[in-house]
Ligand binder design. Structure first.
Ligand code: URA
Length: 216
C-alpha cells in the first residue's frame, strides 16, 4: 500500500492529539480508578473505525491499547482478520477504565461519555473512516441517538452529522453466549461488503436505503 503525504501528516497529528489525551483529567472518578488513558489505535486514514465503550480492566487498562489483552479484544481482532478488513481504527466512547467500588468494570456514566466526546470526535476527524461501527447498544445510543433502533441484524447505516454509523454487537455480548459466533462472523463479512459498496459510492449496498437514514 502506498502511503500518501496526507496519511503521514494525519498519523503525526493523531500521535500529537493522543499525547495530549494522556494527560486528561476531565473525570475525577476515572482519574482515580484508571491505570492509564487509552487512546484509539490503528490506521490513519482508516476505512472503518470500531467504537467500543471503555477500556477493560484486564485489557486496555493494562496494555494501553483498546480491545487488546482481553477476551473482547481477542474476539474483535479475530473477526476483523477473518473478514480481511484493512485500514482499521479501534477506539472507545471513553478513554479510561471505569470501575465500581469493588474494582470491577462498570459502564461509564453519561457525564463521562460526554466529557470524552471531543476526544472521540478529534480522533475520528483525523482518521476519517468511511464507516463508524458502533459496538453494542450503549455506543449506538450515544452516537446514533434514541430515535435510531439498534438493529445489527438489519445493519442499516445511519448518518449522524458527518459520520455513517453501522450497528454491531459488542464482542462481550458474543463471548457470554448471547449471540452465536458464527452469526458474528457473518456480520463481519456483511460489514466488508458494506465497505466495498461505499468504496463504489453505493450507499444502498451499505445498508443505507432511503428510509433508513437518520440525519442528526
Ligand atoms: N475493551 C475495550 O477497549 N472496549 C470495550 O468496550 C471493551 C473492552
Amino acid at each position: 500500500m502506498v502511503m500518501t503525504t496526507s496519511d503521514k501528516s494525519s498519523r503525526m497529528r493523531l500521535a500529537q492529539l493522543q499525547r495530549a489525551m494522556l494527560a486528561c483529567t476531565r473525570c475525577d472518578a476515572l482519574v482515580r480508578c484508571r491505570t492509564r488513558v487509552v487512546p484509539g489505535a490503528g490506521a490513519a486514514a482508516a476505512a472503518v473505525a470500531f467504537v467500543g465503550i471503555a477500556p477493560g480492566r484486564f485489557g486496555g487498562d493494562r496494555t494501553g491499547v483498546p480491545f487488546s489483552g482481553d477476551r473482547s479484544g481477542t474476539l474483535l481482532r479475530a473477526m476483523i482478520a477473518a473478514a480481511g478488513l484493512r485500514r482499521v481504527f479501534i477506539t472507545n466512547l471513553v478513554r479510561c477504565n471505569p470501575r465500581d467500588g469493588r474494582g470491577r468494570n462498570r459502564d461509564p456514566l453519561a457525564a463521562e461519555i460526554a466529557n470524552c466526546r471531543s476526544h472521540l470526535e478529534a480522533e475520528l476527524a483525523l482518521v476519517r473512516p468511511k464507516l463508524v461501527v458502533c459496538l453494542g447498544r450503549i455506543t449506538w445510543l450515544h452516537l446514533a441517538g434514541r430515535e435510531a433502533a439498534f438493529d445489527p441484524a438489519g445493519a442499516a447505516v445511519v448518518r449522524a452529522g458527518r459520520w455513517l454509523l453501522y450497528p454491531m454487537y459488542h464482542p462481550a455480548y458474543v463471548n457470554r453466549g448471547a449471540y452465536p459466533v458464527q452469526c458474528y462472523a457473518r456480520d463481519f463479512a456483511r460489514l466488508r461488503s458494506a465497505l466495498q459498496g461505499l468504496g463504489r459510492g453505493d450507499f444502498a449496498a451499505a445498508g443505507g436505503g432511503a428510509g433508513r437514514i437518520a440525519i442528526r
